[in-house]
Ligand binder design. Structure first.
Ligand SMILES: N[C@@H](CCC[C@H](N)C(=O)O)C(=O)O
Length: 294
């Protein structure tokens, strides 16, 4: 394989991530390569986090984010933790400043191995999310699915964490909703001109929540970090919780989100390495490193 780049298959509490090392190269991971990697069971992923050389002074790297359908994403909290874990293992460094298409992100690895990412500040304006029509109050927008007189899911909160999120509040078990059926319809609903990440959230106490997410461009995932941030911000905004919340996700892992008084949202959780290999960023053809774990 010519011109290959190293990668690590990792996960952020079950969110399937490929960290691609594109440093020192001018090319990008193509949508075709992303689709090919996702089509192989061994490298099936939710997001690729491609580490590129820095573009802006004061930042260590530029991170390009691709969904498994080949589309671009502005934010990926679980993926950023995987990037930090990979770079910390390589360099011994614990604190990083990155640039993404959505702006500058700071992250740090703690002594216990968990990683916190400053996901920036949420936006609530309908044009910022974006929504296709004006909603003065995005704490609850008019949108429902199911029979008109007995909707299954309705009145979500809408939030931008750099990427668009809709949070549907439910009282009962998040598993009793057919998110695999409703997710694609809601992701592609005309109210979301750039599509949206769709989350079902059950608030279990002022400090705890359970969430399931249908991710834009990736489908059902075991966790979504930016959705966790969006859910906590929306819950605090609607007085369902406080500003510091632990969330259970379908992968069985937990995330912690704090919406600080300075408006920044801090996502904390674990990241895990699975195996390493190299791949062709234009085609997605790949090979596992021989010394890499199965
Ligand atoms: N898994 C991610 C979110 C990924 C981006 C999303 N699918 C989008 O297109 O906005 C996370 O952990 O935040």
């Amino acid at each position: 394989m010519a011109g290959t780049a190293p990668f690590a298959k990792m996960n952020g509490i079950g969110n399937e991530i490929i960290v691609a090392d594109m440093r020192g190269r001018a090319d990008r991971v193509t949508p075709a390569a992303a689709i090919a990697l996702n089509a192989d069971a061994a490298t099936k992923f939710d997001q690729i986090m491609a580490i590129h050389d820095a573009r802006t002074p004061g930042t260590a790297f530029f991170i390009d984010i691709l969904n498994s359908d080949g589309s671009g994403a502005q934010a990926c909290g679980n993926g950023m933790r995987c990037v930090v874990q990979a770079l910390a293992a390589e360099t011994g460094q614990k604190i990083f400043t990155f640039e993404t298409v959505a702006g500058i992100l700071n992250a740090r690895q703690h002594a216990d191995g968990t990683i916190s990412v400053d996901m920036g500040t949420p936006r609530f304006g309908w044009q910022d999310i974006p929504l296709a029509e004006e909603f003065r109050d995005t704490r609850m927008i008019e949108l429902q699915i199911g029979p008109i007189d007995a909707p299954v899911l309705h009145s979500p909160s809408a939030v931008s964490m750099g990427n668009p999120h809709a949070i549907f509040w439910v009282d009962g078990d998040v598993w009793s909703y057919e998110l695999d059926r409703f997710g694609p319809l809601l992701e592609n609903h005309p109210i979301f001109p750039e599509r949206a990440n769709i989350t079902i959230a059950q608030v279990t106490s002022p400090e705890t929540m359970v969430i399931r997410t249908w991710e834009r461009g990736a489908g059902l995932t075991k966790a979504c970090g930016s959705a966790a941030c969006a859910a906590v911000v929306a819950a605090a905004r609607t007085r369902r919780t406080g500003r510091s919340v632990s969330l259970m996700t379908p992968g069985g892992g937990s995330l912690h989100v704090e919406w600080r008084d300075d408006d920044h949202v801090i996502l904390t959780g674990a990241a895990e390495w699975e195996f390493s290999g190299s791949f062709d960023p234009s085609t997605g053809q790949w090979a596992r490193d021989t010394e890499s774990a199965a």
